[in-house]
Design a protein around this ligand. Structure first.
Ligand SMILES: [Zn+2]
Length: 333
């Protein structure tokens, strides 16, 4: 499809309540676009892009196939060069498309924590044993056909793009989904692109983050007073999406914390996970966040509270890893 026919000009005041925007570029404000990735079939993250006077800033590089998916959609909207690709964090589905972005003229940009995380996990790239990239390449042809490209423009806290018309503030609000998350904040339009600091659906992977600190970081996100949220996964929505995401983690911590307080054993708490799931599912504000990853999320909370893992931790970790692979569709596409 060519031209603006691909773009659905829906106003940000009418947030979708279904998945009917998947794989469509939606204009959420003048020159500001949101693209909901197909996580279930392709593992793709959501993207955004902002058309400045002289260039385009893309939010998240996605997987290589996700980058290939959105580039023609951006080109159908504007002839301006795609000059920057902002990685909200280091994960495959947000940063592995960096090389595709570079091949198309864009420079990857990220918070310094993204590079630190890559040095920790992408051991293959940095001369050590095979790391996450090599592991992911085994099951994703798009990754196998590309290569890791760490961001080369880095900011320790904030970086602003401002041409008088548009202003985008890239901000590290704190530790959340990883130790290197940053958001893209558009103060004029009051739109927040959150990366995976906030998702809208059963997509929370907590293995690389810190749930207690995450809750505080979501307070910082709330303080921006956004009126529209473009999450890392799931449909866009109103400001309450950030509150819902935070409420999910708060209530998960309350549930696990009550059992810790009651001096239940790790084994007992693990056995209580299905019950915790029922408790959380009974709450309309947060039930959409309850996923098969709940055991791993509960274990993460337990680890943060006690410093200990669930028994047979390797089994739980293996299951979480399997779920993560599934959640991010790391199998072939
Ligand atoms: Zn993600």
């Amino acid at each position: 499809m060519a031209g603006l026919g691909e773009v659905e000009g829906k106003s940000q005041s009418e947030p979708p309540n279904s998945s009917n925007e998947i794989n469509h570029a939606v204009q959420v404000a003048d020159g500001v676009f949101f693209h909901q990735g197909d996580i279930d079939h392709q593992g793709h993250c959501n993207n955004g892009w902002v058309v400045f006077k002289d260039y385009v800033l893309v939010i998240d590089a996605n997987f290589p196939s996700g980058a290939q998916n959105i580039l023609p959609k951006i080109r159908a909207i504007t002839p301006k060069p795609i000059r920057f690709a902002f990685d909200t964090h280091h994960h495959a589905d947000h940063a592995y498309g960096n090389q595709v972005m570079v091949d198309n003229g864009a420079t990857p940009i990220a918070h310094t924590g993204v590079l630190e995380e890559m040095k920790r996990y992408e051991t293959g790239y940095y001369g050590g044993k095979p790391g996450r990239w090599e592991d992911t390449a085994k099951t994703r042809p798009d990754v196998a056909a590309s290569r890791l490209k760490p961001p080369s423009v880095l900011f320790p806290r904030e970086l602003y793009f401002d041409d008088g018309e548009h202003r985008v503030e890239l901000i590290h609000l704190g530790i959340a989904h990883t130790h290197g998350d940053a958001v893209a904040w558009l103060p004029k339009e009051r739109i927040l692109f959150t990366g995976d600091t906030c998702v809208n659906g059963p997509y929370n992977f907590v293995g690389d983050g810190d749930i207690e600190k995450w809750i505080g970081t979501l307070d910082a996100a709330k303080a921006l007073n956004a009126q529209a949220i473009c999450p890392g996964h799931g449909p866009r929505g109103p400001a309450s999406v950030v509150e819902d995401q935070q409420a999910f983690f708060r209530q998960l911590r309350e549930q696990v914390g009550a059992l810790v307080q009651a001096r239940k054993s790790a084994r007992e708490i693990r056995a209580a996970v299905p019950h915790i799931g029922e408790e959380l599912k009974a709450r309309p504000q947060i039930n959409r966040y309850v996923s098969d990853g709940l055991a791993a999320q509960a274990e993460k909370v337990y680890q943060e509270m006690t410093g200990q893992s669930f028994p047979d931790a390797s089994q739980t970790a293996q299951a979480a890893r399997h779920l993560h692979r599934h959640a991010h569709a790391l199998q072939s596409v």
